[in-house]
Structures are given as C-alpha cells and as structure tokens.
Ligand binder design. Structure first.
Ligand SMILES: Nc1ncnc2c1ncn2[C@@H]1O[C@H](COP(=O)(O)OP(=O)(O)O)[C@@H](O)[C@H]1O
Ligand SMILES: [Mg+2]
Length: 217
C-alpha cells in the first residue's frame, strides 16, 4: 500500500479571518502523524482539507500512488476517510451503522454483515452489535465511528481528536486500535490530539500548527 499525500502552501480563511496560512507537508505511506496546536489553530480545518471534504482557498492537495498522481474523484475519496467524534451515528443498531457504508457501495448483505462484524470485533464492540447505537457510551460511540471507517479499509485514516471526550480506559482501547491499524493493515494515520504523550506513543512525527503554519518544535 503506498498512497501518499502532499499538501503545498495551503491557505484557508473563514469570513475573512485567515486560519491556515501556507501549510506544506508530505505524508509518507504507513506512518502515523499527530497534528497538534491550540484550540482554533486550524487542526480540524487542515484535516478536512486533506480528506478532500473542503477545498483550500489557495494551495494544492495531491495524492500519489506509487509516485503517480491520483485523480481527485469519488474513487479516491473512498480510499481516504475522516472520522469525526460522534458525527452521523444513525438511530439503529451498532451493526447496521457499520454495514451502511458497505451497502451503499453495493456490497451484498451477507458479506456486509460479515465484514461489519469483523470491524466491530476489531474495535471491541462485537458484543454490542445489536444495541441501538444512540445508547452507546461516548467511548463506545467513538469506537463505533472508527469501526465504520475501518470497514471501508481506507488507506489513509484521518482521526479528529479521537480520544478528546472519552475516559482513560477507552482512550487506551482507541490507541490500541490505532496501533493495530498501522501494524496489521499498514494504514497511514493522521490524527489530531491535545495530548503530548499520546502523540509520542502513537506518532512517528508530530506537526504543530501555530499562527496558521507548521512550526518545528
Ligand atoms: N465552517 C466554518 N465557518 C466559520 N469559521 C470556521 C469554520 N470552521 C472553522 N472555523 C474557524 O476557524 C478556526 C480554526 O478552527 P478549527 O480548524 O476547528 O480549529 P481546531 O480544530 O484547531 O480547534 C476557528 O477560529 C474556527 O472558529
Ligand atoms: Mg478541532
């Protein structure tokens, strides 16, 4: 697996206020990266732009596969996934929340259930598969969000503050999942965090955003 990402001179403003002011970086395949910075420094904005959910005002986001540029189309957007905390959980079972992404990709029901069950097992939620997802604890909901991404087998996984609102035990489980994604599947992981020690535990490289740019620390 060798999908890589290069961002060059990314600029982004909201209502005339600049958030990102010329961020550039190349992400290697198979590594884990942490993006850190104060609240409002632009971490989530950076992730959304990298994950092709939002366009920069200026600058380029390029994906490469084995050094050839990859066209920015729906196919590419299936290979890169952004997990946001607690977003878009449906009022149905945990299992159906995970099979959904497979069904819309035309995968037949029995296969979808098999793969979703494996993804739930992977995040330690198999026992909760028939529980309504809206009744899961915040730590479990966070893991469900990861299962929904994992089941699609993304090559690059973006995680926006994956442990910001969960307890120590769930944080440990989530860190373990991230570690396994990298070790077992070779997934490239780009996450935001406020936790220095988490960045040290998980990431080969930590990027700090300050005043709209990456700084070295
Ligand atoms: N859709 C938006 N509309 C207006 N302002 C936004 C929007 N998204 C982000 N911002 C602003 O951009 C700045 C950076 O936000 P964000 O990327 O969420 O920071 P972080 O994730 O580092 O806390 C903040 O001041 C935020 O209010
Ligand atoms: Mg944020």
């Amino acid at each position: 697996m060798s999908l890589t990402l290069t961002v060059s001179d990314i600029w982004k403003s909201y209502k005339g206020i600049p958030v990102l002011k010329g961020c550039s970086f190349s992400f290697d395949a198979g590594a884990t990266y942490a993006v850190m910075g104060a609240n409002g420094s632009g971490k989530s904005t950076f992730l959304r732009i990298c994950a092709l959910i939002e366009n920069p005002a200026k600058g380029e986001v390029h994906y490469f596969y084995n050094s050839s540029a990859v066209k920015n189309d729906i196919e590419l957007r299936r290979r890169v996934t952004l997990v946001l905390p607690g977003i878009g959980i449906f009022n149905t079972t945990a299992l159906s929340n995970v099979t959904y992404g497979l069904k819309i990709r035309g995968i037949k029901k029995s296969e979808a259930i098999k793969r979703a069950s494996e993804a739930l097992e992977f995040v330690g939620l198999f026992q909760k598969r028939n529980q309504n997802a809206l009744t899961l604890s915040s730590g479990e909901a966070q893991r469900l969000g990861i299962a929904r991404a994992v089941v699609i087998e993304p090559e690059i996984l973006f995680l926006d503050e994956p442990t910001s609102s969960i307890d120590e035990k769930n944080t440990e489980i989530v860190e373990d999942i991230i570690f396994k994604m990298k070790q077992q599947r070779g997934t490239t992981i780009i996450l935001t965090t406020h936790d220095n020690s988490q960045a040290e535990r998980l990431a080969e490289k930590t990027l700090f955003i300050r005043e709209g740019c990456f700084i070295s620390r």
